[in-house]
Design a protein around this ligand. Structure first.
Ligand code: TPP
Ligand code: MG
Length: 540
């Protein structure tokens, strides 16, 4: 037991849990939290320029590394600003610990006209969290942080919200700091694993669909072992890119999308093994309806087992542990692959060239310029939509595509978070002109942190995807989609970013130069190829 304030108790518990990054903005209602980490070398404290930036940075940080960061926000607008990033994280299974300040306990649950008052704030946060609570005494803080960590570590990771009234933050109490727990993740029922192995062995033409859960549980090697034992081609969801290297002879890449690329493999496969994916609408607009009848599914979250289609065998468990057990059941033998992956890749490439040659040329050029371990962070913009389909991906957690919550302005803050989590890796952000302006103020954060970061803005002076949607659905009656933009080069310079306008065909060379020079770069690329919205998979 040590005597300390609630703010210091939070810092002590975070230190014990190994949480070392804090994103946030100070205010009267969270200053004791910030004071708790003051001068403590265990923490890197990042002042953001809007709380949405804090939660999106924490999301990018988690997706690039699996690590948990903390956010400190004031109540009311601080929390509501952070909700968007928390919603993104919720939809993409990214953990984070959000600490919200609050008025003093005696001032709650009344229309008291108190500053930053927001009724039902814990319930508001809960809609985008796996865990949400208010703490009533400083001595409870270590236990509550432990519960939040347990919720994130044992199940599907999602944000946690811990609210601390001002008197709880500032009061002194005797606090027992708890050592971190070790969590065992469920390994699946061995009898079900045996049944799954039997089902998979009985299939003539098995197919694997791998989602982000494979990356989250670091199941890549086990996934490859199972796929090789079965000779099964592997498709990844938009969020599972990197679960298997695109250099592997069984990797088909991603993209059910609109191109019909997978019709052939889907029609011929007689069983699908779905691992760590909810089969989301972005990855497969038909939500698994075209999957073969026989389905074996592995997921940490029981909600997703059989959610889309009835399963023959469903195993609730950690993908890595279950796949390892499955690989052991299947034995060391390797079955010959039944699908001609080389021919598939040739067809896919031809289809992409036919449908989106200008985008493919840009992505090819970028891939050649970027080292294998570069982390590419997409926004909801033309080139970003195509990335999971077009960008060859070689390592887990190197292609971060925004979750199904679907906010514009994801890329820049998430890329900052990714760079902080993996400073040894090059990081690039892919933005549209519309999306970039949602969170552009975080250029100031990137600059203050002296990050090496390349921000690309593909500029068509429009909310281009929506303009094309209006073409398709509203007979070309464009409304609200044309954009009057600032001068992006001057804007970047004003923030201290080295800024250039580059032609699409010179982008690879510009990115190479930027990465060699280091520092913060903004590259504006005037780019407006036609017909692009066809690739937005969730659009009617
Ligand atoms: C917070 C939020 N508001 C609105 C939208 C709707 N929306 C989806 S795509 C898009 C256009 C994005 O424009 P831009 O970033 O320039 O990319 P482009 O489509 O032009 O490539 C809009 C407005 C959204 N996804 N998120
Ligand atoms: Mg645009």
């Amino acid at each position: 037991m040590r005597r300390m304030t609630g703010g210091h108790a939070v810092a002590a518990a975070l230190r014990a849990e190994g949480v070392d990054h804090v994103f946030g903005i100070v205010g009267t209602h969270d200053c004791p939290l910030f004071d708790g980490v003051y001068g403590d070398p265990a923490f890197k404290v990042v002042t953001v320029r809007h709380e949405q930036g804090a939660s999106l940075m924490a999301a990018g940080y988690a997706r690039a590394s699996g690590k948990v960061a903390a956010c400190f926000v004031v109540p009311g607008p601080g929390l509501t600003n952070a909700l968007t990033g928390m919603g993104m994280a919720y939809s993409e299974s990214a953990p984070m610990l959000v600490f919200g300040g609050q008025n003093a306990l005696a001032q709650l649950e009344r229309e008291g006209g108190h500053f930053h008052e927001l009724a039902n704030s814990v319930e508001v946060a809960r809609s985008v969290c796996g865990y949400a609570t208010r703490v009533a005494a400083p001595g409870d803080i270590p236990r509550v942080i432990r519960e939040a960590m347990r919720a994130m570590r044992c199940g599907r990771p999602r944000p946690a919200y811990i609210e601390l009234p001002l008197d709880v933050q500032s009061a002194e109490a005797d606090v027992a700091v708890l050592p971190p727990e070790r969590y065992s993740r469920p390994a699946g029922d061995p009898a079900e694993v045996a049944r799954a192995a039997q089902a998979l062995r009985s299939a003539q033409r098995p197919l694997v669909f791998a989602g982000e859960g494979v990356e989250i549980s670091e199941a890549g090697d086990a996934l490859v072992a199972v796929a090789e034992a079965l000779g099964a081609p592997v498709v990844t969801s938009m969020f599972g890119r990197g679960a298997i290297s695109d250099r592997h002879p069984l990797a088909l890449g991603d993209g059910w999308g609109r191109l019909g690329l997978y019709d052939d493999v889907l029609a011929r496969a007689d069983l699908v093994l779905v691992v760590g994916s909810r089969i989301d609408v972005v990855s497969d607009p038909s939500l698994g309806a075209r999957f073969p009848e026989r389905l074996v599914q592995i997921d940490i979250d029981p909600l997703f087992i059989g959610q889309r289609r009835p399963v023959e065998v469903g195993i609730v468990g950690d993908p890595r542990l279950v796949l390892e057990a499955l690989a052991a059941e299947l034995g060391g033998r390797r079955r010959e692959g039944w699908y001609d992956v080389t021919e598939f890749r040739r067809r896919k490439r031809a289809a992409l060239a036919e449908r989106a040659e200008p985008v493919l040329a840009v992505v090819d050029d970028l891939r050649a310029a970027l080292p294998d371990d570069t982390i590419v962070v997409d926004d909801l913009t033309l080139v970003g939509y195509w990335m999971p389909l077009m960008l060859e991906t070689y390592l887990p957690r190197t292609l971060i595509h925004p979750g199904t919550y679907g906010t514009l302005g994801y890329s820049l803050p998430a890329a900052i978070g990714a760079k902080l989590a993996r400073p040894e890796r090059p990081v690039v952000a892919v933005c549209g002109d519309g999306g970039f302006l949602f969170t552009l103020q975080e250029l100031a954060t990137a600059r203050a942190l002296a990050l090496d970061l390349v921000v690309m803005i593909f500029n068509d002076n429009a909310f281009g995807a929506i303009r094309q949607f209006q073409d398709r659905m509203f007979g070309g009656r464009h409304i609200g989609a044309a954009l009057e933009n600032p001068d992006f080069v001057k804007l970047g310079e004003a923030f201290g970013a080295r800024s250039e306008r580059v032609e699409a065909k010179s982008l690879g060379a510009a990115v190479r130069r930027a990465q060699a020079a280091g520092g913060l770069w903004l590259l504006e690329i005037p780019f407006a190829p036609r017909g692009s919205v066809e690739m937005v998979p969730w659009m009617p």
